[in-house]
Design a protein around this ligand. Structure first.
Ligand code: NAD
Length: 424
């Protein structure tokens, strides 16, 4: 479960397996296959930061740019002990597929710093962030590569990245560079609705799935793994449909209440206490009991490789809505399919974040501010478009939804490469 920040193995291997499965199914052009099977640029920076007590620590940061055929590189930054080049490579590649599936003009990138951010003070995190941004230098840029929040990073961290980046630019170009990063605080050029965007997208795809399956969300039960940005927003946004959260987990453990857990109150409590312990009427359960929770929907919203050959058998749900990136490995995937559990794959399910990041980027470029209704309306339209394409591809190719999602992305990228050719 990576609770101790233990290194995971083979996340990129999962991407390669998923990629090959889809490419084989559609007789993907072998030459373009070589191009997409490779990341374009991989940067590792080792940089020193002065801690509050005066000693120096050296940090390793990464930025992997997988592909920019469809637009500038785009993807989040993660601060976590398990961040390494393999993980960042996988996350960058998923970003390319994601933007291709929902038809937004971005490529794929990801980055992060190998560190446990909870060990550092706010001012240390600020210096780590600023020094990392400085080390990345011109490898990021508003029309080139645009970071955003991911695990353990947030709007405040994006504001520090923005400030550092702008401070190192010529004064003449500063105001034209605010879109170098998305997920900023609204006052600093962020978009309304970006904080909840990924959770909102998860819920929009669940809504579509429920319509397709003629499954009433009123009274439907769900449980959530990871109560951070994605998990907590997804839980809170499921409530207006009349759905009930019956279990929840985070690093503090797994908890259940079959009567239903009020997601907003839990969110307030968790933000204040960083634990669910002491929240009324919650019963602590173990990992196995948590994953065995009988419910309609499971929303993994923590880290990779949670649903595996060891754990997939435990699941007793109708659908897994992948809020997290890569929560299901290929073995887990096979087991879920055998059990007849639907999967809304990560590259579609959690695309709401990058979609609203695109809106933020557009608003910055045009000096506009959209209201929340406009953001939500446009988000719904774009993510439902992606959902329909994936569902239709699954039908046409008689395959599972993850492979179908890859087929949608690969077909689009193949077309673009064929139109443009390979330079020179
Ligand atoms: P976050 O840091 O806000 O929240 C993650 C939460 O998961 C934290 O509360 C953390 O304590 C918890 N967690 C970590 N390991 C856990 C474990 N083993 N079991 C249970 N809980 C655990 O991060 P986030 O932005 O919500 O990202 C969560 C997932 O969603 C990641 O896979 C991320 O890549 C993906 N994602 C995020 C966004 C976004 O916009 N933030 C967009 C797309 C995908």
């Amino acid at each position: 479960m990576n609770k101790a920040g233990k290194k995971k193995t083979g996340v990129y291997e999962n991407v390669v397996k998923q990629f090959n499965k889809a490419a084989d199914l559609i007789d993907f052009d072998p030459e373009i296959r070589k191009v997409l099977a490779t990341t374009q640029n991989e940067l590792t920076v080792n940089f020193p930061v002065k801690m509050d007590d005066g000693h120096i620590e050296i940090f390793s940061g990464y930025r992997v740019q997988h592909n920019n055929a469809l637009g500038p590189y785009k993807g989040g930054l993660r601060y976590h002990p398990a961040v390494d080049i393999d993980e960042v490579r996988a996350l960058a590649t998923w970003m390319t597929w994601k933007s291709a599936i929902v038809h937004i003009p971005f490529g794929g990138a990801k980055g992060g710093i190998q560190c446990d951010p909870f060990k550092y003070s706010r001012s240390e995190i600020q210096r780590i962030t600023r020094r990392f941004t400085y080390a990345l230098g011109c490898n990021i840029g508003p029309e080139y590569d645009i970071p955003a929040p991911d695990v353990n990073t947030n709007a405040q961290i994006m504001a520090w990245i923005l400030d550092t980046y702008l401070s190192t630019q010529s004064p003449l170009t500063r105001q034209a560079s605010v879109h170098v990063v998305t997920g900023k605080p609204v006052e600093s050029g962020g978009s309304l609705g970006r904080d909840k965007a990924t959770g909102q997208g998860v819920v929009f795809t669940i809504e579509q799935w429920a319509k397709d399956r003629k499954h009433d969300l009123k009274g439907a039960t769900h449980f959530v793994q990871g109560y951070g940005n994605v998990g907590s927003w997804a839980a809170m946004l499921m409530k207006p449909y009349g759905a009930k959260m019956v279990a929840v987990s985070d690093l503090c453990g797994c908890f259940q209440n079959p009567e239903g857990i009020e997601p907003h109150e839990l969110n307030d409590y968790f933000k204040k206490n960083r634990t669910f312990d002491g929240f009324p009427k919650l019963r602590k359960i173990d990992d196995k009991q948590f994953l065995s929770t009988k419910a309609d929907i499971f929303i993994p919203a923590a880290l990779e490789n949670q649903i595996t050959a060891e754990t997939a058998d435990l699941l007793n749900v109708k659908v897994v809505a992948e809020g997290a990136n890569g929560p299901t490995d290929p073995d887990g995937d096979e087991i879920l399919q055998k059990k007849g559990i639907d999967i809304i794959p990560d590259v579609l399910c959690n695309a709401g974040g990058v979609i609203v990041s695109y809106f933020e980027w557009l608003q910055n470029k045009r000096s506009e501010c959209w209201d929340l209704d406009e953001v939500d309306r446009k988000l719904r339209k774009i993510i439902v478009g992606g959902y329909d394409r994936v569902r239709d591809a699954a039908k046409t190719h008689k395959t599972d939804w993850r492979t179908a999602a890859y087929i949608v992305a690969l077909t689009r990228l193949e077309r673009v490469y064929k139109e443009r050719g390979i330079f020179p």
